[in-house]
Design a protein around this ligand. Structure first.
Ligand code: 1HN
Length: 345
């Protein structure tokens, strides 16, 4: 058979000769399939408030949420290729009805006071800086009994769950769950490291582990990290963990809070995990593959996989706090996590 005919014949059988497939199939190192991206809070905030006029939770859909859809990931509506960041607002007196889905979620509380979320029958308070967890397939609803808009950031693993064809969603039989255990039960049971109720091994709590991490604890842990482990690539950084397993807070999604002191500058590194940063406090600049991205409070910044990045606090007075979600646990579980520490900026 002539060469040309051979290739036609083999492809007709939906067979692809490996020696003809270019680099994208197996590349020497991860390819850049999408770039860094940034959303400024000044562009998001008014539109989130605007959503207050256009939808009511429970009526038109069930959540007043703006999803951060990376322009290079329109197919998946991903914020990174694995994770979503979304911003949610709930107004006084509103209720976001109970449902559950296989994509898991974290919530980082931004502003407002007096709202609560109920996860598997456990009602939890939400205050600025708190970090909350909604595990896979957990019932959850939100309500706001305070004043003024309540805003938080949602982080979910929707893109990877969709890619794996694992999405299920179900509505609860009633609008809201009954509260079945003491408020903030998981915090009361598991929230103080190393000291637990004597009966802990025989309990059947509403949730198996800690669901709410208050800001005061995060701040104390950061202060302690600052005094004990210096990290030239991160400043001081703490990771939210599952206190019962010691592992990442969720199987696919990791979350961190880091602090940069006034004028602090980190060294550049890159890793195979992707990250979405939320600027909780402060102002600074992040270099990603040589491009500078300036950030202020409320901004969201994407660092794609295998991209060199270094942070700088641009204030000479105020500490900066960066919250981040990452897919690092997923990459580690698959043996794919790698980091390179470098000089590049
Ligand atoms: C969702 O169900 C919630 O339950 C928040 O609070 C954000 C983003 C995309 C899809 C579903 C919630 C979401 C979401």
């Amino acid at each position: 058979m002539a060469k040309k005919e051979y290739y036609e014949d083999v492809r007709k059988q939906n067979l692809e000769p490996l020696w003809t497939i270019p680099d994208w199939f197996l590349s020497a190192e991860p390819l850049k399939t999408y770039g860094p991206y940034q959303w400024k809070w000044q562009d998001v905030y008014p539109r989130l408030l605007g959503a207050g006029e256009h939808m009511v939770p429970g009526l038109a859909g069930s959540r007043r949420v703006l999803v951060y859809a990376h322009p290079e990931l329109r197919q998946s509506l991903g914020t990174t290729h694995t994770l979503n960041v979304a911003m949610q607002m709930i107004l006084p007196g509103e209720k976001a009805p109970a449902h559950r889905h296989t994509p898991l979620a974290i919530r980082f509380i931004i502003s407002g006071s007096g709202a609560s979320t109920t996860v598997n029958g456990e009602r939890m308070a939400m205050e600025s800086g708190d970090f909350l967890v909604t595990p896979r397939w957990a019932w959850h609803d939100h309500r706001h009994d305070g004043d003024g808009p309540m805003i938080w950031m949602d982080g979910l693993d929707i893109p990877i769950t969709r890619f794996l064809n694992g999405v299920f969603v179900e509505s609860y039989r009633e609008a809201m769950q009954a509260v079945t255990v003491a408020d903030n039960e998981s915090r009361k049971l598991f929230g103080i490291a190393g000291i637990y109720p004597k009966q802990i091994d025989s309990l059947t709590p509403a949730n198996e582990s800690l669901m709410a991490y208050p800001w005061a604890n995060t701040l104390e842990a950061l202060r302690n990290a600052r005094e004990t482990v210096t990290d030239p690539f991160e400043g001081a950084i703490v990771e939210y963990r599952n206190p019962r397993t010691g592992g990442s807070v969720l199987p696919t999604l990791g979350a961190t809070m880091q602090s940069l002191l006034p004028d602090e500058e980190t060294q550049s590194h890159r890793h195979t995990s992707s990250a979405a940063y939320y600027v909780y406090r402060g102002q600074g600049r992040t270099f990603i593959d040589g491009t500078a991205y300036d950030w202020n409070e409320g901004d969201v910044l994407i660092v794609p996989p295998w991209s060199w990045h270094a942070h700088r606090n641009l204030s000479n007075q105020h500490e900066a706090f960066l919250f981040a979600i990452t897919d690092e646990p997923m990459l580690r579980a698959m043996g794919l996590y790698r980091e390179e520490r470098g000089p590049q900026k």
